[in-house]
Ligand binder design. Structure first.
Ligand code: GLN
Length: 235
């Protein structure tokens, strides 16, 4: 299914997640190495980042393969931030292929991506409305409703995943979200890795390169990374 990646740390460009690494998100869109479901992520892509000029993140998403957007490489070279998120999509059978079904979803300062699937009726129980009929859009809406109720990022993800996972035993619920100052991710059904460096943390569905130091996050965990460090919590 999808692949996603986020960075928190010293400002860097989107290109450093997408185009520059040997197994960056562009490569992962047509030749992912570890993806468990689906082979090609050609149904859309999206990026989001934070800029001091705006209170809310900048989000750019399209329902076309990432390699077909000839304007993206230049944009990605100058989109620079201490907090970035990017995703490529392989639509689940039966889900619409449209921009509003494409991550990152956003609300206020939050950005969110979903790698997986969940029965739509289960996702729809968690929220009143969503921008698309896609399961991921409903999950995002459920997380964002909890944001508006004041829940911290990690708690909002954990609650939604616990609920959806209990109602749908077949669900796969790898969520990745950020708010400009922290990244939170759940691992529930697909691969997920961290790379902790001196200048920040990379969180990704699969390693972006062959450097040592990539660690797989065990199944059914919540990871929260902030300037205070990284914490893990079983789900
Ligand atoms: N179910 C979601 C969708 O259809 C996510 C799919 C995925 O992980 N590739 O977009």
């Amino acid at each position: 299914m999808c692949r996603h990646v986020a960075w928190l740390g010293r400002p860097r460009t989107l290109a450093s997640l997408i185009h520059e690494p040997g197994n960056g998100l562009l490569q992962q869109s047509y030749a992912p190495r570890l993806q468990r479901y689906g082979k090609v992520n050609a149904d859309g892509f999206g990026v989001g980042w934070y800029d001091p000029a705006r209170a809310e993140p900048v989000r750019y998403r399209r329902a076309v393969p990432i390699w077909t957007d000839a304007n993206l490489p230049a944009l990605a070279q100058v989109a620079r931030s201490g907090c970035l998120l990017a995703a490529v999509r392989s639509a689940t059978v039966g889900m619409p292929i449209e921009e509003t079904a494409t991550a990152p979803f956003t609300d206020g300062p939050w950005l969110l991506s979903h790698n997986g699937r969940v029965a739509r009726e289960v996702a729809r129980e968690l929220s009143d409305e969503a921008e698309s009929l896609c399961d991921s859009a409903w999950l995002a809406a459920a997380v964002f409703a909890r944001r508006r109720a004041g829940h911290p990022l990690g708690d909002a993800l954990a609650e939604v995943v616990a609920h959806a996972g209990a109602k749908d035993p077949e669900a796969r619920l790898n969520l990745l979200a950020c708010d400009g100052a922290s990244i939170a991710a759940t691992v529930w059904g697909d691969t997920f890795f961290l790379h902790l460096g001196d200048d920040g943390v990379l969180a990704a569905s699969e390693p972006l390169d062959n450097r040592p130091g990539w660690q797989a996050v065990p199944e059914r965990n919540l990871v929260v990374a902030s300037s205070g460090g990284v914490r893990f919590q079983p789900l």
